[in-house]
Design a protein around this ligand. Structure first.
Ligand code: THG
Length: 285
């Protein structure tokens, strides 16, 4: 099962037989006071730095979220998508909970985007999936309900069934264009959370074989040494069927962990990418 996402000049294939797709998380003002104020002032200069650092770190796609409080998020999304396409040919993941913002980002985008995201609520499905279909995009589906984030993997699987059923049946979206987010929650809130996410991944992979992604940094939120936690979690998740993550691509530790997982899971033929990465780092020093 291949999910194909593209910019005007580049295509990225997400799949269980492909290298793990690294989606850069940084074009997002959450938790960043200065960036939030810049966005409220209409200043997008920080975006260029975030694009460069993540592309250099190994991002294969870029998540774009303009959710700063009291900012005109739709206008910012349209501008950011336009600007980022001038800076890089990495395909984009348009991230917002507001339908109009998703629409503005998709309208400004040249290529096949990944829409982030839709939940399993009827109202959200009926608002967002027509947009996905109209733009010929792919979409991330979150198996949560009316304000409930289900704890039980079985309930997440049930909501995944609903999501996939409605998207393919009612809206004619190809199953290849649906990427499920098994829901990552902070290990610092409860150490049972990562196990529930991992079990959900295995169940969804077994029943549907669809591609999956999640917010890797959610797992380590509030904990010290966040990168070590991501570096442990992502390879385990990849082994159980996760094919992508929204993650901090600036961290060599986390990117190396993901690349090593590709190698040992036989998604890096001859270890060519592993060796090339090593040589590139040698050449840089
Ligand atoms: N699933 C899907 N999309 C998502 C998420 C998800 N999009 C948003 C988010 N979760 C993933 N992106 C981020 C981006 C940044 C951080 C975490 C997740 C983060 N930021 C630092 C913080 O808040 O501490 C910023 C600190 C700083 O730089 O000063 O952790 O789960 N589908």
């Amino acid at each position: 099962m291949h999910t194909i996402v593209s910019s005007a000049a580049r295509t990225v294939t997400i799949g269980h037989d492909q290298p793990f797709a690294i989606i850069g998380e940084r074009i997002n003002p959450t938790g960043r006071k200065i960036f939030q104020q810049q966005l409220r002032d209409g200043d997008l200069s920080r975006v260029a730095t975030d694009v460069r650092e993540q592309a250099e770190g190994g991002a294969m796609l870029l998540d774009v979220n303009m959710g700063a409080p009291l900012a005109d998020e739709a206008a910012l999304m349209a501008r950011a998508v336009g600007l980022i396409q001038e800076l890089t040919d990495l395909p984009l993941v348009i991230d917002s909970s507001i339908v109009e913002v998703l629409d503005a980002g998709l309208a400004a985008y040249e290529g096949k985007a990944l829409v982030n995201s839709v939940t399993a609520e009827d109202e959200r499905l009926d608002a967002i999936l027509p947009l996905v279909k109209r733009y010929g995009a792919a979409v991330i589906g979150l198996p949560n309900d009316e304000e409930e984030i289900p704890e039980e993997p079985a309930r997440r699987l049930e909501l995944t069934r609903k999501l996939i059923g409605v998207a393919t049946g009612k809206y004619g979206i190809a199953i290849e264009d649906i990427v499920i987010d098994p829901l990552a929650m902070p290990v610092g809130a409860d150490t049972v959370h990562p196990g529930r996410t991992l079990d959900t991944i295995a169940m969804i992979a077994g029943e549907f074989g669809v591609n999956m992604t999640l917010g890797a940094s959610n797992v380590s939120f509030g904990m010290p040494d966040r990168h070590s936690i991501s570096a442990a979690f992502l390879p385990i998740a990849a082994a159980r069927g996760l094919t992508s993550a929204i993650m901090d691509a600036r961290s060599p530790q986390v990117v190396s962990a993901v690349k090593a997982a590709d190698l040992v899971l036989n998604r890096d033929e001859w270890g060519a990418a592993w060796i090339a990465r090593h040589r590139a780092r040698q050449a840089a020093t």
